[in-house]
Design a protein around this ligand. Sequence first.
Ligand SMILES: [Mn+2]
Length: 573
Amino acid sequence: MKAYRLREALPEAIQDNLKQYPFFIQSLLYYRNIDTTDKAQEYLNPAYGTGMHDPYLMKDMDKAVTRILSAVKNNERILIYSDYDADGIPAAVILYDFFKLIKYENVEVYIPHRHNEGFGLHLEAVDTFKDRIKLLITLDCGIVDYEEVKRAAEHGIDVIVTDHHEPGEKIPQAHAIINAKQSGCEYPYKDLCGSGVAFKLVQALIQKGNFEIKEGAEKWLLDMAGLATLSDMVPLQGENRVLAHYGLRVLRKTRRPGLLRMLQKLNINPAYLTEDDVGFMITPRINAASRMGIPLDAFHLLSTQDENQAEELATHLDKINNERKGLVAALVKEVKKILLEREDHFKTQPVIVIGNPDWRPAILGLAASPIAETYGKPVFLWGREDGKHIKGSCRTGNSVSLVKIMENAKQVFVEYGGHTKSGGFAVVPEKIHTLEDELVKAYATVSQDHDFSSDENGEDYVDAKLTLDDINQNNYSMLEKLAPFGKGNPKPVFMFENVQIQNARQFGKTGDHIELMFNNSNGRPVKAISFFAKPEDFSLEPKPGRVVNLVASFEKSYFRNRPELRLRIVDII
Ligand SMILES: [Mn+2]
């Protein structure tokens, strides 16, 4: 059975400071480092005006703005070069829409192909820009592309790099670099995503450019910055919280035909769009473009004003997202079969390494995630691209850093990169047979230094105890003010002790979902649901009549436009 630990009671002084809020909100605030009324007010009511920093605090911002304004003045051809994911693409839309806003048309967009080209700038692409492009602006990439920036300069192209990835040892000799993570950048907030950086650039351009545009016109672009901030797994605190909050507000009023069509197909009313709708419905469809087809399709979906193109692309992205789901599901099944067939082998290995030259690298990360979760260890999956390059993705189900493991097995990789929990790699072809051995050895070294005792031992936190009587609109309205939830601001989870299941049923076309009914002290029903779950998935199987401890989050559903407060089951214990 999984363990849940209740957060400790708040210090009395803090309770006193925050006494105007319900007790469970006090606890949620306190565990977000908010301990005074002033801080709480600011947190619960993010302000666009004071919550955003001056874009000119970014190193090189002035230089970048001056160069772009002179390109506009001299009608030089500008190329927007963005990453292909759900951060890079909205960033490209932000900058493209800005040029549209100021009626500057000498602009084109280039987004590299995920399979054939890969992340960042590429020499072959840069060569094709020669003689045509005078200014190249990167978005959500470029900070490690020293050679490619140099090549651009040789072609007489000025490069402005805007990025949020960690700089490497060699900083590209670009005309300007906007990246809060570079040394010498005084910008007070370091965790913007690529689209956040793009938004700062547009803010700075509008401040200085004397354009004939409506005051505050850039706020319509917050939808893209918010979408990317929610998609890119950056912490939703500080300026990101402001971007995500206002981004969602603008998304709810979106005028973008492509997004409207997509939401319509998904039966989502834009007015009630949540961060979960973004994360589970929109982001995968944007990413499907690069995983399964052409990334520019996602760019056009978000930027087009043409209703026909909007309809066509919304349908297309939905279709290839379904294909993607099918491929991932089949792959997970295949990997699980291999794991079962060679159970004796994998049981003894601290790292799971499986590959097949027929697998498509772009979807391996999605398949590795659930397997890493199930097995609680690092999972490396590899496949082959265009018949030659062996590439793969890794995810982990424990806390030993994947990047550190790969660092300790460098000799087998052509390249590798990523974070603690996720990463990607390309293998030296003749080393593929030693990949597993090398990773197992590397894991042994890294895990030796890793202090497992500081891990949470699989224990999850419960933010507060609530009763079923607490499930009311007043409390929900308070809780909602802490949203959007995501990384760095996890969705609160509550414990309901000794509650009796009145009714339990499976619902949905094929009975994939579970609904439990409880009663509050007035005999009013309180519903708890779980999507894609079976009764045996929980620590204790839900049965009518059973008295259980319910672990759940608290949400409002707008299904069929009928607002309803309900619980989302995390576990039953
Ligand atoms: Mn990014």
